[in-house]
Design a protein around this ligand. Structure first.
Ligand SMILES: Cc1ncc(COP(=O)(O)O)c(C=O)c1O
Length: 399
């Protein structure tokens, strides 16, 4: 394993600080490294493999589709993409879908569509986008410009213009960032970077009111919150807001690169042939898998299980906190859990992640004081219990 890690350092651009083991295989919510050490996975590839690793039903679809058709470009229609687009529309507010490959590209598409819409319906000066602090919208120039945080933007100027960033969940002076030049407002209804923080009711209500007043489109970034993660197919269903454009990716194809946007006819009718596109987006293999993912995850009985497992996580974490007084805050939205460590505990998040790995549990960072769990949505109750025992053991060893 050491040799591969050395080669990784030798040959990879150092954008990541990966764990100090090399993954060999994974199944369900278990992962094995090259030494056959077994881990419980509370990450699911950063909220991606929602139906578990090496899912047998998905493997069957992958095999069948790969024998029929891999790739054809968007100059020819492939059936799995049309079926998936129809399913996404039938299960949401949307009339139309555009497929791309990743979350960042879905953000790019959403903002381009909003600007195109406004330039067609009003004028080209209606092009500003309002975004919020502690958001995350991917690593493209546009994504980092929207998020605006120094750790994302440092060294990459000049960034795209026409963006106004306002504090998240803060309604004071929000009306001042909106104007008749506002083309769109973009937000996550649950932010992970601030530790699984939900948008307040008043914040949502004010955004809706101001967007309506200034004829601005509402873009909701559900790249991470979508596809069942929060206990509904999309998080907006719980927040009394309907987007004009919704961005999705991550869980839609359980690990194959697929993303996209959902929108309404009122907006899509202003898009024209050739004004946007992609080579790989909406490929038949990723979409064939996406069809099974949506069939499975959109079932009420499936989503209810997600909410039940959320309660299990929270109850067990509260018990750990009662014993050790180690957490400042525990937050959740479905199977998306943020655990902020107690300020006095002096626990460093990177140490907690490393200790958890050593003890056989994979977890994620949300920010400097918060870890994040985003397990597969089908994780077994016994693995939740076992994983949290490992988490408790890891915490104790750092207290
Ligand atoms: C909310 C949100 N938006 C956008 C992105 C970017 O997605 P991708 O990494 O697929 O480009 C992410 C990725 O973590 C995300 O969490």
């Amino acid at each position: 394993m050491k040799e591969i890690i050395k080669e990784y350092t030798n040959y990879m651009v150092p954008f990541y600080a990966p764990a100090d083991f090399v993954v060999k295989k994974a199944s369900g919510s278990h992962v094995w490294d090259l030494n056959n050490k077994k881990y419980i996975d509370f990450t699911a590839g950063i909220a991606v493999t929602n139906l578990g690793h090496s899912n047998k039903d998905l493997i069957k679809i992958l095999k069948k589709q790969s024998e029929e058709l891999w790739h054809l470009s968007n100059l020819y229609i492939n059936e799995p993409s049309v079926t998936l687009a129809k399913k996404l529309c039938k299960n949401s507010f949307a009339d139309k879908v555009f497929f791309c490959n990743s979350g960042a590209e879905s953000i790019e598409a959403a903002v381009k569509i909003a600007r195109k819409f406004c330039s067609s319906t009003v004028n080209k000066n209606k092009n500003e986008v309002i975004s919020f602090s502690t958001s995350f919208h991917g690593r493209t120039m546009l994504g980092i410009a929207l998020a605006k945080a120094k750790h994302l933007t440092d060294g990459f100027a000049p960034l795209p213009r026409g963006i106004k960033n306002h504090p998240y969940n803060d309604i004071s002076n929000l009306e001042k960032v909106f104007s008749d030049k506002t083309a769109a407002v973009i937000l996550e209804l649950v932010q992970w970077q601030s530790g699984i923080t939900k948008a307040d009711k008043k914040f949502i209500a004010k955004i809706k009111k101001l967007a309506k007043k200034h004829k601005a489109l509402v873009i909701i970034d559900e790249v991470q919150s979508g596809i069942g993660r929060t206990g509904t197919l999309f998080a907006y269903e719980q927040f009394n807001i309907t987007p004009d454009i919704l961005c999705f990716a991550k869980g839609i194809s359980n690990g194959l690169p697929l993303g996209g946007i959902l929108t309404i006819d009122k907006v899509s009718k202003y898009m024209s042939t050739g004004s946007h596109g992609t080579t790989f987006g909406g490929g038949p293999i990723a979409c064939a898998i996406g069809n099974k993912v949506i069939d499975t995850i959109s079932k009420k009985s499936f989503l209810n299980q997600v909410l039940k497992k959320e309660v299990r996580f929270i109850n067990l974490l509260n018990k750990i906190n009662e014993k050790h007084k180690c957490f400042e805050k525990i937050t959740s939205a479905g199977l998306w859990v943020g655990v902020e460590v107690n300020k006095d505990s002096k626990i460093q998040i990177d140490d907690l992640i490393k200790k958890s790995h050593d003890n056989g549990l994979m977890i994620l960072k949300a920010n400097a004081s918060t870890v994040r769990f985003s397990p597969s949505l089908i994780i077994e109750n016994e693995l939740i219990d076992e994983g949290l025992k490992i988490f408790e053991k890891s915490i104790i060893s750092l207290l």
